[in-house]
Design a protein around this ligand. Structure first.
Ligand SMILES: NC(=O)c1ccc[n+]([C@@H]2O[C@H](COP(=O)([O-])OP(=O)(O)OC[C@H]3O[C@@H](n4cnc5c(N)ncnc54)[C@H](OP(=O)(O)O)[C@@H]3O)[C@@H](O)[C@H]2O)c1
Length: 254
């Protein structure tokens, strides 16, 4: 048997929203396993801080600013990566945000804002990267969804709908791109402590409730996503496509 490895040397990886939280953790994981790393986000100052933090861990990364909701910026990002590094092999389609409100308080603008980043942005980046991956006849696309793409929860009208959309896009892209040697999967994290969720999870009553509903009795950390992202980015997952991998301590399995 020819045993595939987790080694990512020689692979070029892009992590959108790689300056913070889950994206930063996943970028560190891919860099640790040898990928040539590009991170992007809107805020260049945070991006440069992330690059120097990675450097302290002996991981080289390049920061390129890009708002995923802007098609011209997304196309420029992909163009620049291919110009500079010669290919684009792994996409972690991670940039996202949330506006939590009861249904009757959700403004039209809240809905549009969440959908623009989480779904339209993910589509624009995925499409631009897929065009390059088709030319290469190789690629790994990892869309970052959420347990809320699968389960329902109060105050998550636009977020849950956008994440459900990501899971559907994942399946459609998986079938279209399989003939081009490209796998497409989603990771659906449960509650992970990041700048996005820190305040929300600081309510002890809320976090206790989450912990009591989680088989593995704790809130998740970005390091919990290392194994899943490296698996889906490497050739160890070459027969896995169109899947949603929940990384949630068993939350959705109950
Ligand atoms: N934390 C959780 O519990 C959890 C659970 C399930 C799923 N997720 C998903 O995981 C992903 C990352 O979440 P997180 O908790 O790490 O969030 P975070 O800490 O708020 O980080 C979000 C990242 O996305 C970037 N970003 C936001 N809007 C962007 C845009 N329009 N264009 C480009 N970059 C943008 C941010 O940088 P700038 O603001 O500078 O652009 C930042 O780098 C999201 O898709 C989220 O829905 C999170």
């Amino acid at each position: 048997m020819n045993i595939p490895t987790f080694d990512l040397n020689g692979k070029v990886a892009l992590v959108t929203g790689g300056s913070k939280g889950i994206g930063y953790g996943m970028a560190e994981a891919l860099g640790h396993y040898g990928a040539t790393l590009v991170i992007s986000s809107r805020g260049a100052a945070d991006g440069e801080i992330a690059v120097s933090q990675l450097k302290e861990k002996n991981i080289a990364a390049t920061y390129i600013p890009c708002d995923v909701t802007k098609k011209d910026q997304v196309e420029q990002l992909v163009h620049q990566i291919v110009e500079q590094f010669g290919s684009l092999d792994i996409l972690v389609n991670n940039a996202g945000m949330n506006i939590r409100k009861p249904l009757v308080e959700v403004e039209e603008n809240d809905w549009d804002t969440v959908f623009n980043v989480n779904l339209k942005g993910l589509f624009l980046v995925g499409q631009a990267c897929a065009k390059q991956m088709i030319k290469q006849n190789y690629g790994k696309i990892i869309n970052i969804s959420s347990i809320l793409g699968t389960i329902g929860m109060q105050f998550q009208t636009s977020y849950a709908a956008s994440k459900g959309g990501i899971n559907q896009l994942t399946k459609v892209w998986a079938e279209e791109l399989a003939p081009h040697n490209i796998t497409v999967n989603s990771i659906g994290p449960g509650y992970i402590i990041t700048p996005m969720t820190k305040e929300w999870l600081s309510d002890p009553e809320r976090s206790e409730k989450i912990i009591s509903s989680t088989m593995i009795k704790r809130i998740g950390e970005t390091s919990d996503l290392v194994g899943p992202v490296v698996f889906l980015a490497s050739d160890t997952s070459k027969y896995v496509t169109g899947q949603v991998l929940h990384v949630d301590g068993g939350y959705t399995a109950r």
